[in-house]
Design a protein around this ligand. Structure first.
Ligand code: SAH
Length: 239
């Protein structure tokens, strides 16, 4: 895969199999394949494009979306507040479009990330996204996580589903002591019901608000994404 950035900053994530048609002319597939990363290549009208090797964030940005996905700020907090790293054992549910799963798989690599999904149509969207990003260390399980978790000795379980409290007892069997159960819920009522079910865990609930600044005029943009979801971090402390 190749990432092209035009003079307006627009990005094109392309395979290099067919010619790329842009607002600034056509870039031949052959030219793309011969281009050097970090250098500019030109379209047939002579307009310049930066050629980059795409990374996980580019694949996430361009991923196909089915159900509501977790935003990057929330993905980042999950990793930051649980300290997972290469080799960590993680189970995620539900897969949805697979955005959080992609973010986590990139971190735990070469360990395999397991993600549970009950709907085959969503699993298919996620599968497509994983393939495009060339992420081979993700396994989708067609299974209802409310029925149990097969894996053991986990560092982290992430939940993005309507009834996270249904997973607490299963999580106690699947997590290692000191491991985390993290739930993302758009509504505080779901978070409260989850929080109240967390006996044996040390828990905190938070939300993150990220405000971007327009540095040309040195003030925050008027619009921001005001609400995404609440994150509850529950550390398993007692067997
Ligand atoms: N975190 C995902 C979005 C998840 S949307 C992302 O970032 O892309 C919620 C998903 O959970 C839906 O696809 C839904 O089908 C799935 N789901 C709901 N209940 C489930 C359950 N009990 N077990 C497994 N998956 C479930």
């Amino acid at each position: 895969m190749y990432l092209l950035i035009d003079e307006k900053g627009r990005q094109y994530l392309v395979k290099g199999i067919s010619d790329v048609h842009t607002n600034y002319g056509v870039i031949k597939a052959e030219k793309l394949r011969k281009g050097n990363v970090g250098k500019t290549i030109e379209s047939h009208t002579g307009r310049g494009f930066f050629l980059l090797e795409p990374g996980i964030l580019d694949f996430i940005k361009k991923a196909k979306r089915g159900p509501q996905t977790i935003t990057l700020k929330d993905c980042a907090l999950i990793v930051g507040y649980t300290g997972i790293h290469s080799g960590s054992k993680v189970v995620d549910a539900g897969t949805g479009s697979g955005i959080l799963a992609m973010f986590l798989a990139n971190i735990v690599n070469p360990e395999k990330l397991i993600t549970y999904e009950i709907r085959e149509d969503f699993a298919e969207i996620a599968r497509e996204n994983f393939e495009k990003a060339n992420l081979r260390n993700i396994k989708i399980k067609s299974k209802n996580i409310y029925d149990g978790i097969d894996e053991r000795n986990l560092d982290l379980i992430t939940l993005d589903l309507p009834e996270p409290w249904m997973v607490v007892e299963h999580a106690k069997k699947a997590l290692k002591v000191g491991g985390f159960l993290v739930s993302y819920s758009p509504s505080i009522e779901q978070s409260k019901k989850f929080y109240d079910a967390l006996a044996g865990f040390q828990s905190e609930t938070l939300e993150s608000l990220v405000r971007n600044w327009d540095m040309r005029v040195v003030r925050p943009y008027s619009r921001m994404l005001a609400h995404t979801g609440f994150l509850t971090f529950a550390r398993f402390i007692e067997k």
